[in-house]
Design a protein around this ligand. Structure first.
Ligand SMILES: *[C@@H]1O[C@H](CO)[C@@H](O)[C@H](O)[C@H]1NC(C)=O
Ligand SMILES: *[C@@H]1O[C@H](CO)[C@@H](O)[C@H](O)[C@H]1NC(C)=O
Length: 226
């Protein structure tokens, strides 16, 4: 009986990878609780690429991707800085700001960011356009138990959420690689063509847990008039 209960608990806790092709997470309200936790057993990165698509009408600061380890809560963080009209990429708590994007509300945007610890260079791609390649931090790996959260910004390892940095809107096609994805592959991602899925986070085989009010829905497509 005890063993049966244990097995039941284990199956309830273990997230089974799901194919989320054609789907999106909807974050329908501003809270400091609603989030999606993404699971990876990986705990050491000397390079990272993250790609995602998002849709929002937020005019304030908001988080797009938050990866924390026990030693650095902003170990890989992508956050919109509204007053400076920038998208900031924090790596190992070190910040690089990218400005000059057409951050239009109420439409889908495609975003990718790459970094490697050898050169220390970080780059941001936004709707098909690459940014300049900026120095951020070199010679230091992202290391320790990884907690990745969509919808909330971590100010502690897995917590410390701030209502005023929460994400409201839709997120889709989240991928993460443990290397810098070549620019041709990024271009393919941006154009929604066939590309190499993430080897750390793969939207076609995603392990995740929804906490509080986040909905997994079909992506809405525009119907053609006949
Ligand atoms: C969020 O922002 C509003 C408006 O700027 C402010 O009044 C409120 O105190 C902030 N709340 C938190 C938890 O920081
Ligand atoms: C991503 O998931 C799909 C569907 O399970 C699988 O076919 C593919 O091999 C995965 N790719 C990687 C790089 O893990």
């Amino acid at each position: 009986m005890a063993l049966y209960l244990l097995l039941l608990m284990l199956t309830a806790c273990a997230a089974v990878p799901q194919d989320l092709s054609g789907k999106m997470f909807t974050f329908p309200e501003q809270t400091n609780t609603a989030r999606v936790e993404l699971m990876t057993p990986r705990d050491n990165f000397n390079a990272v690429t993250v790609c995602l698509r998002f849709f929002t009408d937020l005019k304030r600061d908001h988080v797009l991707f938050s990866l924390a380890t026990p030693s650095k809560y902003n170990d890989f963080l992508i956050i919109r800085h509204a007053t400076k009209d920038a998208i900031n990429v924090h790596i190992r708590s070190s910040n690089a700001a990218f400005a000059g994007h057409e951050y239009k509300l109420n439409m889908w945007h495609s975003l990718c960011s790459t970094w490697d610890s050898e050169s220390g260079l970080v780059q941001l791609w936004f709707d098909g356009q690459p940014s300049i390649r900026k120095f951020n931090i070199a010679g230091s790996n992202i290391q320790g138990r990884t907690i990745i959260i969509l919808g909330q910004e971590q100010d502690s390892h897995g917590g410390g959420f701030d209502l005023n940095q929460s994400f409201v809107g839709m997120l889709s096609d989240v991928h993460m690689w443990d290397f810098t994805l070549p620019s041709c592959e990024i271009q393919k991602y941006m154009e929604e063509r066939n590309f190499r899925p993430g080897n750390v986070l793969n939207w076609s085989a995603l392990e995740f847990q929804i906490k509080s009010r986040v909905l997994l829905e079909n992506k809405q497509t525009i119907c053609c008039k006949t």
